[in-house]
Design a protein around this ligand. Sequence first.
Ligand SMILES: [Zn+2]
Length: 491
Amino acid sequence: MSDDQELGITESKEHSTGEWYAEVVRKAGLANYGPEGMSGFIITRPRGYALWETIRNELDARFKATGVQNAYFPMLIPESYLEREKDVVEGFDPEVAWVTQGGYEELDERLAVRPTSESIIAPYLSQWIRSYRDLPTRVNQWCSVIRWEATETKPFFRTKEFLWQEGHTAHATEESAWSETLTRLDQYEEVYEDVLAMPVLRGKKPEHDKFPGADTTTTVEALMPDGKSVQGATSHYLGQSFAEAFDITFTDETEDERVAHTTSWGLSWRALGALIMTHSDDQGLVLPPTMAPEQVVIVPIWQEETKDDVLTYAEAIASDLREAGLRVELDDRDEHNPGFKFNEWELKGVPLRIEIGPNEVEEATTTLVHRPDGESAEADRDGIVGAVRDHLDTVHAKLYAAAEENLTENVREASDRAEILGTIGQHGGYVKAPWCGDEDCEAAIKEPVAAEIVLVPFEGEESDTEPIHEGETCALCEDDAVETAYFARSY
Ligand SMILES: [Zn+2]
């Protein structure tokens, strides 16, 4: 197989989304599948990990600016700890991997590989927190967790082990804990929009789909081009159930003993899957400039007699851009022609290409080409830094606008079961309908078309997800509607 064939994406995003996604992940050098016998595990290659590091750095800076400190807890949790919150046991039991032996010795108590860490973090919050002066307490950890799901592996979307962050906080009052829950949801939304160039819908999960033990689970949801929703991140107000189970109490100003309110919140590398799925195309990976390991690639185009001039000119431009803090690759390889280089950097998702040939040198210009749509423009050599910055902003804006258009066009209303089923079947996307709050009414949609309620709006939230009008009836039964349900198929 020649290099050219190996570089090309052969699957179609529109017609075989799953195969196309797998091919982009592999050919853009992001991840490999794990060894045989370890289905569900992936190897994250340096280019894939670099993307995760950017998301991590962006979030980490926001957390630290708002009172969060990082810590690290063991990956193993004693079974007796896991059992202290009964909803956690029921919620995660089918997916927990267990360690039963250490070396040659059988363990007295088996140890869970963390599916999430509330049960090992809460007991220590309990030790650390004595008085109201210790509150709020906020810790976050960057780690991996394991959930032993038997579904088909999809790198970054569905893997048994995945990277994430999990934040855990304790507060004196419900108000403070709820405000924390929303602060983290705001930060997730901001990272999706400003860093990943993806609009999201925000709301809460229906009662029957909350995090086990939580009072309220809030979520940001992103719509993929194939009409399925991705749960982008969740932030949970845990109420007092964990604090009661793990004895997180404090003395208040009047020396009374009180039970804390806790939260937890997490974003996983599924964000990376959503990013790849949203922007990439049949030429390969497409990345917003904020995420791209190389924001700009300079491809010099020379003949033997112009090579020195072209390269000297290209190097000076690369140096100017690097000095300005931009991430730049100058592709001066001899062994590949410019066309090959264009294809390779398109596959790898570099947002902006600068072409430099003898004409550009002579006229003191450059040719800039946008990765998402191939639009090209000329920019003067003088002022190249400003021009590149403007074009990178334009690329981000184009990507965001395309994703926003997909979202806006794919939120539809329906008023009865047939209409919900028909709309999801025909268009995918979100279908919003008045809902009584009963899980049985969701089942009437879930069974035939595998769509579920991915979100319901917050009360009073100013957004696209406005609450239900009074006096409406559930689209699926005769009862009064209490919420607007957003049905969608999801990843
Ligand atoms: Zn109903």
